[in-house]
Design a protein around this ligand. Structure first.
Ligand code: ADP
Ligand code: DP6
Length: 353
């Protein structure tokens, strides 16, 4: 039998008498423009600051879940193969949470595919747990509102709380110790700023991530002398980015995206031992963006990265050819993909594979 490890979300959850045997859900990753980095409760995944992201187009996870009384244990197929121990443990712990919520006792078969590299800093944990939250809750007979789904996904991976929604999304940190007020909400729909583009720069020298962000960030909280100052400045920056997004003030937005990314990198680099997510190729990309802006005399592009070596370069659609050509010339840049604001998570065909 499974061991339920998580506290209940609360009484808002509604149950359906008959549930589909097989449920499917898809979700897109998101790129944080204001980073979540540090938790006040690592069991419930309650962050130290609110964060803001853009859910992206084109990249996605698709997940299918079936609870089956004949299974001797949970099975998890990730990208066509039995999942390794770490991802399997993450999925089993998350399924325990859903079983507890839905009062289901059988084990599950989970099949999931990411159409982009897993565990390399492109936020597969965000889309992965948002899709798993949707598919597992539906398969278990729960019918959750998007807000409830966001709370549930949060407990698999904090950033997954934001991937429940499309477009521009804010995860409000909340104040309560039971986490009921810690969930994401949509700020602006995907078509709010159709000109905005995210040129994802895939670097050839990116290693697979050795440690999940949830663990790494707690080392920062414990050891970085710059962390307290970051927590003081993030609310102001978040409000400024929200405002620049609202008014589509591109220069201001791109400058703030760079400022936030540099601040995030500062607390990572001052963690003991230091967290260095970038490779020489990623650093060359950051340098090229700064040079471009300096030469233009204003912000044409803005870089950001999560806890990985690939870099997201934001710019406006008319500038994409120039920015992309510049980035492609950098030795070690393996690929660039141009993404826009993407869709909310959604249920997909629940009766077949
Ligand atoms: P990333 O930058 O891709 O989010 P992380 O190391 O933070 O990298 O997270 C990767 C982890 O997320 C995997 O080891 C696994 O536990 C989980 N994960 C990734 N894809 C999926 C998926 N499709 N379904 C469930 N969990 C997933
Ligand atoms: C740097 O919530 O994705 O991407 O559950 O360990 O995968 P894991 O952590 P996760 O950490 C996100 C950290 C970040 C910033 C962000 O997405 O806000």
């Amino acid at each position: 039998m499974y061991a339920g490890r998580y506290a209940r979300t609360g009484p808002e959850v509604s149950r359906r008498p008959s549930s589909p045997k097989l449920a499917g859900y898809e979700a897109a990753p998101n790129i944080a423009l204001v980073k979540y980095w540090g938790m006040r409760d690592d069991r419930l995944v309650l962050p130290n600051n609110s964060s803001l992201s853009m859910t992206v187009s084109q990249l996605r996870t698709r997940t299918w879940v079936r609870f089956d009384p004949s299974l001797p244990r949970d099975r998890f197929w990730l990208n066509g193969r039995p999942a390794a121990a770490g991802p399997l443990r993450g999925a089993v712990e998350f399924l325990d949470r859903v079983r507890e919520e839905a009062d289901v006792s059988s084990y599950a078969e989970v099949r999931s595919r990411n159409n982009f590299p897993t565990a390399s800093g492109l936020a597969s944990s965000a889309s992965g747990f948002a899709a798993l939250a949707g598919a597992a809750s539906r398969a278990a007979g729960l019918q959750l509102t998007p807000r409830e789904l966001s709370r549930l996904a949060r407990q698999g991976s904090g950033s997954a709380s934001r991937s429940v929604f499309g477009g521009f999304v804010e995860w409000q940190m909340g104040q309560r110790s039971d986490g009921r007020d810690s969930y994401a909400r949509p700020l602006f729909l995907p078509d709010h700023w159709p000109e905005l583009r995210d040129v994802v720069v895939i670097v050839s020298d990116a290693p697979e991530k050795a440690i999940r962000s949830a663990n790494a960030m707690q080392e920062t909280v414990r050891t970085s002398p710059a962390y307290a100052e970051r927590l003081r400045t993030v609310p102001r920056r978040l409000a400024a980015i929200r405002n620049a997004l609202r008014t589509r003030a591109s220069d201001r937005f791109l400058e703030l995206v760079i400022e936030e990314c540099d601040d995030f990198r500062r607390v990572c680099e001052t963690t003991v031992p230091s967290l260095d997510h970038l490779t020489p190729v990623s650093r060359a990309v950051l340098g090229a963006v700064l040079d471009l802006n300096r030469a233009a005399g204003h912000a044409i592009a803005g870089y950001t990265h999560d806890a990985g070596a690939h870099v997201h370069v934001f710019t406006l659609r008319p500038m994409v050819p120039q920015v992309r050509a510049l980035l492609r010339r950098i030795p070690g840049v393996a690929d660039t993909r141009v993404l826009g604001p993407g869709p909310a998570a959604r249920e997909i065909r629940s009766t077949g594979r």
